[in-house]
Design a protein around this ligand. Structure first.
Ligand code: UT7
Length: 320
């Protein structure tokens, strides 16, 4: 037994920042950002808190699934940084939606949603749960360097959720990690200890873009190939690919290295930028609600990110 996805939901901040607006803050322009990344705009938190967006996404997914908070047996939140160090973001979601089940966070950066799916699959396999809520949320705008044009143009804020129930729709899932703090790193930034002997660093994202690009293009194609093999399928059996929305060129290169037609890849990076662990579930929610995804479709999902981590999986979509 694995699980079926019963419902999805997303929540993004109201404020939309265009490339032209960004060009007034750093030396960049719409043409560079669009041709190098495919990004046209991103949503940025102003008044919204992390918890508010998580709760909005969670409530939409619960409604879509027809499941009440009281029915939940587990909440997993994938995030690099929740509202507080403790309580976990999972516990904050549990409190706000009025659930009573166990709750915790998982940090696998942009691969967080797929890591959370695999963890949930273990709970289902052990028959410990009947209904699980996964919420993936990252608020990159408060941890990027807004003076660094090579990174600040890439990211946006957002959250998304999925409700899982008992079923057999997870056909394969594969996680990887290669410990590497040179390609992507965000330091904590504060240390209250008067005894600590190291210098404090600003809590902003540092990234070696070209290194991550090479890693990502290989990771996406290899991850999907491996997940397809483990599911006992052929690439031609994949109806829809939901890739991590980091850069349209990464998606296009991965598509060229796979035997899956490019038009089967769902892409919304133009409107959100890279929303880290929310990227795959936001795309899943939009693919489902727009009709791109149909009942019975075989989906390949693939993400990569800080860690460096990757997650790939093959799922059957049995929702109407
Ligand atoms: O979830 C995982 C997160 N990370 C990623 O997915 C990032 C993966 N990497 C990438 O997507 C790409 O490497 C970037 C979009 C970050 C960079 O694209 P690129 O085509 O590899 O550009 P580059 O870093 O080689 O820079 C090319 C030029 C440089 O100028 P010179 O040295 O050729 O004169 C940069 O200084 O573009 C310049 N540049 C910019 N120009 C205008 C860098 N950022 C900008 C900018 N606007 N925002």
């Amino acid at each position: 037994m694995s699980f079926s996805i019963l419902g999805t939901g997303k929540a993004v901040p109201a404020y939309v920042m265009t490339n032209d607006e960004l060009s007034t803050m750093v030396e960049t322009n719409d043409e560079w950002i669009r041709t190098r990344t495919g990004i046209g705009e991103r949503h940025i938190c102003k008044s919204e808190t992390i918890t508010e967006l998580c709760v909005e996404a969670a409530n939409k997914a619960l409604e879509d699934a027809g499941v009440t908070p009281a029915e939940l047996d587990l909440i997993i939140c994938s995030t690099m940084r929740g509202e507080n160090v403790t309580p976990s973001q999972g516990c904050m979601i549990q409190k706000e939606i009025g659930a009573t089940c166990a709750a915790f966070d998982v940090n696998a950066a942009c691969s967080g949603f797929i890591y959370a799916l695999d963890i949930a699959a273990g709970f289902f396999a052990r028959k410990k749960v009947k209904k699980v809520l996964i919420v993936s949320m990252d608020n990159l705008s408060n941890i990027i360097d807004w003076t660094d044009r090579s990174t600040c143009v890439l990211f946006g804020d957002g959250g998304a959720a999925a409700v899982l129930g008992e079923g057999d729709d997870l056909l394969s899932i594969h996680l990887t990690a290669v410990g590497n703090d040179a390609a992507i790193r965000i330091p904590h930034g504060t240390n209250s200890s008067p005894f600590y002997e190291h210098e404090e660093e600003r809590a902003v994202l540092h990234m070696a873009g070209n290194e991550v690009y090479k890693f990502a293009t290989a990771a996406m194609a290899n991850g999907i190939k491996r997940a397809v093999d483990e599911a006992g399928l052929q690439q031609s059996n994949v109806d829809v690919v939901i890739p991590h929305q980091a850069n349209i060129r990464i998606i296009n290169t991965a598509a060229k290295n796979l035997d899956i037609p490019r038009e089967r890849f769902f892409c919304n990076v133009e409107h959100y930028g890279n929303t880290s662990s929310a990227s795959v579930p936001i795309a899943l929610d939009e693919a489902s609600k727009s009709g791109f995804l149909k009942k019975g479709d075989i989906i390949a999902m693939c993400a990569f990110g800080g860690g460096l981590t990757t997650g790939s999986c093959i799922l059957r979509w049995s929702k109407d």
